[in-house]
Ligand binder design. Structure first.
Ligand code: MN3
Length: 199
């Protein structure tokens, strides 16, 4: 396959006041586009040409750092745009909520630990809800990595690279991750990924 930049599933100003039009313009049109362009160039002539995005991400991890970084970030951002929505947050769909409570104690504890994971990721990276052995876990990864290359299936990720929040929050990463988990998450999309991961 070759990588293509998807359109944002909402308008650039749809996530205000939590994420600005300017942030989304830079993040989607410049940063994600660069991963797509560089990823396509680095994919050419490799053994992964013609493979699915997930197979490229898993296959190139530890073997081809340049390709992995760009393909990994393309995978992460493809989902990231869908993990957010205007008027996000709110009630978590029943089955997913049950799994969160049984794996992590409570929804409040999940949010607390998710924020903590995002805040303590040193430098660029992501914090995650993922499914491993049927349980919901919280984890964090550096740079373009995701739970996909660490034996789990991501169901929600928050981009904690500075390009994701510095225009709106400056150095206040905790405020950004809190706004993300409280007010921006598209829980229906998380539920879809949870259902697929636990089939
Ligand atoms: Mn990003």
């Amino acid at each position: 396959m070759t990588f293509t930049l998807p359109a944002l599933p909402y308008s650039y100003d749809a996530l205000q006041p939590y994420m600005s039009k300017e942030t989304l313009e830079y993040h989607h049109d410049k940063h994600h586009q660069a991963y797509v362009t560089n990823g396509n160039n680095l994919l050419k002539g490799t053994e992964w040409e013609g493979k699915s995005l997930e197979d490229i991400v898993k296959g190139s991890f530890g073997k081809n750092a340049g390709l992995f970084n760009n393909a990994g970030q393309h995978y992460n951002h493809m989902h990231f745009w869908n993990w957010m929505k205007p008027n996000g947050g709110g009630a978590i769909p029943g089955k997913l909520e049950k799994a969160i409570v049984s794996s992590l104690g409570s929804v409040e504890k999940m949010k607390e630990d998710f924020i903590q994971a995002g805040v303590t990721q040193f430098g660029s990276g992501w914090c995650w809800l993922a499914v491993q052995d049927g349980k919901v876990i919280i984890t964090k990864t550096a740079n373009g990595e995701s739970p996909l290359v660490h034996g789990a299936t991501p169901i929600l990720g928050c981009d904690v690279w500075e390009h994701s929040y510095y225009i709106d929050y400056r150095n206040r990463r905790p405020d950004y991750v809190k706004a993300f988990i409280e007010n921006m998450v598209n829980w229906s999309y998380v539920e879809e990924m949870f259902e697929a991961a636990t089939k």
